[in-house]
Ligand binder design. Structure first.
Ligand code: ADP
Ligand code: ADP
Length: 227
């Protein structure tokens, strides 16, 4: 079985059908980048996968198990999400942002959660910023904290929703390089991004969406190389 399998997802907002039957699968350790015109449903696809926006129809399977209303909380813990605008708690230091999930949701004790949080902050290059509040960090650093927060939950897969599009161009590189390292470490990742650098060098496959459908899918060297 695939690690993540999405079958025939449909989603409409009012009159507008945004997802018109989207299916895709991610194998363990695979990274896929979803690209396509603005307004085509890429972000909606990610939000439907973890039921942040519940799909109208279709199935999401994680490790072969279907997400349902009944198991949603347990399943969601295993699906990390990185938002475009970071979504950090502004009144909490980086360390607390990262360890609060393990402590409050997984019941990890404070000492173990702190060690885990420090390990993940170190992995994104921010161990020395553990005591900083989000407002004291650059956008790139805040996004790296939010990646550490996702990692601290030990998810099976991480969904990234335009993780660099709120950043000034000079700050995207540090986030892209953290994401490349995660991909190289074997993290399973589904990334909505226009970042060609990441797509070319770290994605196993590119998924092109247009008009609520997947219109093309394949390895970057095939899709990006002129014939
Ligand atoms: P993309 O990520 O490809 O830019 P989105 O998934 O964000 O596209 O949006 C797809 C369409 O759905 C857009 O027309 C957008 O305006 C609309 N949309 C997204 N979220 C909502 C919502 N919560 N309510 C109503 N319409 C929405
Ligand atoms: P307490 O839990 O005792 O109230 P905090 O956890 O808020 O204290 O603070 C612990 C301090 O130790 C923080 O300043 C944090 O940055 C630091 N710290 C904790 N664990 C590590 C670690 N593994 N490596 C480096 N510094 C750490």
């Amino acid at each position: 079985t695939s690690l993540l399998e999405v079958r025939d997802l449909h989603k409409r907002y009012g009159e507008t059908e945004v997802l018109k039957g989207v299916s895709l699968a991610l194998e363990r350790g695979q990274s896929k980048v979803v690209m396509g015109p603005s307004g085509t449903g890429k972000s909606t696809l990610l939000r439907c996968i973890n039921h942040l926006n519940p799909p109208d129809a279709g199935t999401v399977l994680l490790d072969g198990e279907e997400l349902t209303a009944r198991n949603l909380n347990a399943m969601r813990q295993q699906i990390g999400f990185v938002f475009q605008d970071f979504n950090l708690f502004t009144h909490l230091r980086a360390l607390d942002n990262v360890r609060i999930g393990p402590m409050k949701i997984l019941g990890t004790d404070r000492k173990a959660a702190t060690e885990l949080a420090m390990t993940e902050l170190d992995r994104v290059g921010l161990a020395d910023k553990a005591d900083s509040y989000p407002a004291e960090l650059s956008g790139g650093q805040q996004q790296r904290v939010s990646i550490a927060r996702a990692l601290a939950m030990q998810p099976k897969v991480i969904l990234f929703d335009e993780p660099t599009s709120a950043l000034d161009p000079e700050l995207t590189g540090e986030v892209v390089s953290v994401m490349k390292q995660l991909a190289a470490d074997g993290m399973t990742m589904l990334v909505v991004s226009h970042e060609l650098g990441f797509a070319r060098s770290a994605a196993d496959e590119i998924v092109f969406m247009d008009g609520g459908h997947i219109v093309e899918q394949g390895p970057p060297d095939r899709l990006f190389t002129a014939p």
